[in-house]
Structures are given as C-alpha cells and as structure tokens.
Design a protein around this ligand. Structure first.
Ligand code: MN
Length: 258
C-alpha cells in the first residue's frame, strides 16, 4: 500500500508544498487547470477516481462498497459497528442526499418552493455527511497495512511542525467535538495549506474551499457499541487503522487540481 512511484511524490522543496508538475506559477494561478496537459493521464485518472463516487443506474449517488471486510479493522473498530455504520448510517446519508436533490428539482420544475430552507438544509447535511463518510471508510485499512510515506510525513511536518504535533491537534479536535461531528484534515487551496477542522454534525464549523484528506467520525454511532463513552480510546485506536496511502493519494490529488 505504500507509494512506490517517485512521480507521485509531492514536492516539499518550499514551505508551500506543491506537486512537482505544478511548479509553474502560471498553472498554479489557474486554479482548476492542474489536470491539464502537464498532468499525466495516469495522474488525472488517479485524481478523478479519488474524488468521484459511484452512481446508480438512475444517475443518483450510490453507496461506495466497503473496501475491506466488516471485521477487518478489529480490534480498533468492531464488525457490528462497521456493518451498522456503513450499511445503515452511510446509506441513510446517500438516500437523504438523493432525496434532497430530487425534491429541489421538483420545486424548480414546478416553479414553486415550499419548505425551501428545509430542503437546502437537508442537501447540506446529507451531502456533507455522504462526502465525509466516503473519506472515512476509504481512509481506513487493517492495522499494519501501511505507514505514512516519508513524503507525506514531510508535508505534515511542514504544516504542523511534526507528525506528533499533527496527531495531537487532530486527536484533541476529535475529542472535543461537542456532540456529533468530525475531525478533518483538509487541503486549503486558498493558502496552499493543510488545516485541521472540527466539524459539528457534518456541515457546521466547516471552511469553504477545503478538500478533506482524512476524516475521523466521532458521532456516537461510530464507536458507542464498543467504546460507550470512551471516545478518547476510540480515537487512540483509530490511528492504528488509518490508510496512510489513501491520505497521501488524496493530498497529491488535491494539490494537483488546486
Ligand atoms: Mn458516521
């Protein structure tokens, strides 16, 4: 699972890391032009695969399959929690997102917008929930699968001082979410910066223009069966099942398109 191609290693030659092929200032200034001629087809494909999700036959959002068995993350996360979390909760956000989009389309076609605020809120809540669960489930792997690549660790150190400092802030943010929410490592293109967010629910305390790189779900449904009120133990054990290769891939892709 570790990165093997040096072509995929991020550039860390400056205090504002960018991919090596993005070193041209003109391209960097074009925002979304990163996936143009200077990016290889393979890189473009990799970025697209990381940022798109499956659709069903009707063109609606589908549930991304769990990329490992329900019990693959034990003992950090138990199989029953994974089954409920993925099949029921994640699927619920998928349904909610599709329902909100369908309802808003119905309103547009009728030219009449009853309960517009309810459905816009539902779009934000379920859309953010769907997105973050996509990153959460894909962002884990059986313990011992991989460890942070040197290049990824160097980027973390550039932005947070050290891997330990990053983990400290991320864990504390996760532990101190009031009620339900997330700790999120995100790439923020506006300032070419990595940031840690502490989102409440899925969409509050967020920041525009941030691409999630790692996401830790601290809603009670994510841990309560096994850990009850011991959220701190869940967070500590979650670090053992982080898919670092996925995080590094998302960071590379985010930097390549921003
Ligand atoms: Mn969840």
């Amino acid at each position: 699972m570790n990165q093997t191609s040096s072509a995929n290693e991020p550039s860390v030659s400056s205090s504002l890391p960018r991919r090596s092929f993005m070193s041209g200032a003109a391209l960097a200034g074009l925002g979304l032009a990163g996936l143009s001629s200077q990016a290889s087809a393979a890189e473009s494909q990799a970025a697209q695969e990381l940022f798109t999700v499956p659709q069903d036959a009707n063109g609606e959002y589908a549930l991304p399959p769990l990329p490992y068995a329900y019990d693959a993350l034990e003992p950090s996360i138990d199989a029953e929690t994974m089954r409920l979390h993925h099949d029921i909760h994640f699927n619920g956000y998928k349904k909610g997102l599709n329902a909100a989009l369908a309802k808003l389309k119905e309103f547009r076609e009728a030219g009449d917008y009853p309960q517009i605020s309810y459905w816009e809120n539902s779009l934000a809540f379920n859309g953010a929930g769907y997105n973050l669960h996509t990153v959460f489930f894909a962002g884990m792997a059986p313990a011992g699968t991989d460890k942070p690549s040197a290049a990824f660790e160097k980027q973390i150190s550039t932005h947070f001082g050290s891997m330990d400092a990053f983990k400290g802030q991320f864990s504390e943010a996760a532990a101190k979410v009031q009620g339900s929410g997330w700790a999120i490592l995100g790439w923020q293109p506006m300032g070419n910066q990595l940031v840690i967010l502490q989102a409440e629910k899925h969409q509050n305390w967020s920041m525009w223009n941030v691409i999630p790189i790692m996401a830790l779900d601290v809603w009670e449904h994510a841990y309560y069966l096994k850990y009850q009120n011991r959220r701190g133990d869940y967070i500590k054990n979650w670090w053992d099942v982080v898919n670092w290769d996925y995080a590094a891939g998302r960071l590379n892709a985010a930097q390549s398109i921003s």
